[in-house]
Design a protein around this ligand. Structure first.
Ligand SMILES: Nc1nc2c(ncn2[C@@H]2O[C@H](COP(=O)(O)OP(=O)(O)OP(=O)(O)O)[C@@H](O)[C@H]2O)c(=O)[nH]1
Length: 308
């Protein structure tokens, strides 16, 4: 048992940090995040994502606040635009305090996994290896795979888990918690209960922005849930803002006579109602925020900036 494996202490300094979940498609990232949090916060979109990183979930473990982030669009960049986003995505991995590489143990060391591992190595960020789908593989096959990967990049820790069956995940949480830097929590504890829902609302709207507009808009849009109000009749009012960088993008999003934004709002509302199984009143605003930059995006994404 390594030193890092002890359970997160209930006393001592608070810890907080970003953990980037990196892995080839189908490795089980969504399943892992859902299993770690017990909440479904994920997005399915046919177009590549744009944000430098996206918060997937915030997990409290003892005195540590673990912020799980995605680095979307990392793989197989074909077009120029995609390549630019890949660079941004790797920037995301580098901004994180830790990166967790999730590997489908049954698929093993594929070329893609090798490439990702090499990339992580170049990034120089502290990385941990998580061999997933251990339930599908004979245990003796896991060790050689772990060794091969650790030869490419010496990982700070190697886990063997089944995200689907929930095996080995307590240890993952404990180790992540103990390896985050000391510091104040970025999310107030009280806000955490409805954070997944707020994130879900923003993600669902963003998914519609991606689906219903063409390239120029999605890559400049971010979506935030401004407020969530419970109503006496059991429904909820959600106010969401789509931020764009240019007036032209705002015009595209709004559409002729407001038709586009109306459609985005309606589709997102229906989807949210289905997911949350309750009535939703969704109000979608579009705001132009010139000079939007990634650093500011990062700060806003963390909820540290309430300006604007
Ligand atoms: N048997 C088994 N299947 C798993 C495990 N984890 C994930 N899966 C399955 O693997 C498939 C892919 O899982 P996802 O969580 O969607 O993978 P992902 O990495 O998020 O995929 P992308 O979003 O495409 O990158 C799903 O069918 C999961 O049910 C596991 O531990 N064991």
């Amino acid at each position: 048992m390594s030193e890092t494996e002890t359970p997160a202490p209930a006393e001592g300094p608070r810890r907080c940090g970003l953990v980037a979940i990196v892995g080839a498609p189908n490795a089980g990232k969504s399943t892992l995040v859902n299993a770690l949090t017990g909440t479904k916060v994920s997005i399915v979109s046919p177009k590549p994502q744009t944000t430098r990183f996206r918060i997937r979930a915030v997990v409290m473990q003892g005195l540590a606040q673990i912020i799980l982030v995605d680095t979307p669009g990392i793989f197989a960049p074909r077009r120029r635009l995609d390549r630019a986003m890949v660079a941004a995505a790797w920037g995301g991995a580098q901004d994180a305090d830790l990166a967790v590489l999730i590997v489908d143990a049954r698929a093993g060391l594929t070329d893609e996994v090798r490439q990702i591992t090499e990339k992580l190595k170049q990034g120089g960020r502290r990385a941990m290896l998580l061999l997933n789908k251990a339930d599908l593989v004979d245990p003796p096959r896991l060790l050689p795979l772990a060794q091969q990967l650790n030869e490419i990049l010496p990982f700070a820790e190697t886990f063997m888990v089944s995200a689907l069956k929930g095996r080995g995940l307590d240890k993952v949480l404990a180790v992540l918690a103990n390896n985050l830097p000391e510091g104040p929590w970025l999310f107030p504890e009280d806000d955490l209960s409805d954070l997944p829902q707020r994130m879900l609302a923003a993600e669902i709207v963003r998914e519609q922005v991606l689906r219903q507009t063409h390239e120029e808009v999605p890559h400049h849009a971010t979506v935030e849930t401004e407020s969530w109000t419970e109503r006496k009749d059991g429904s909820a009012r959600i106010d969401v803002t789509i931020y764009v960088t240019r007036a032209t993008q705002k015009a595209i999003l709004i559409g002729d006579g407001g038709s586009k934004i109306k459609n985005i709002g309606q589709t997102a509302r229906r989807e949210l109602e289905a997911l949350l199984e309750r009535r939703i009143h969704l109000f979608v605003n579009v705001k132009e925020r010139a000079g939007w930059d990634e650093e500011r995006g990062r700060i806003r994404a963390l909820g540290l900036d309430d300006a604007g």
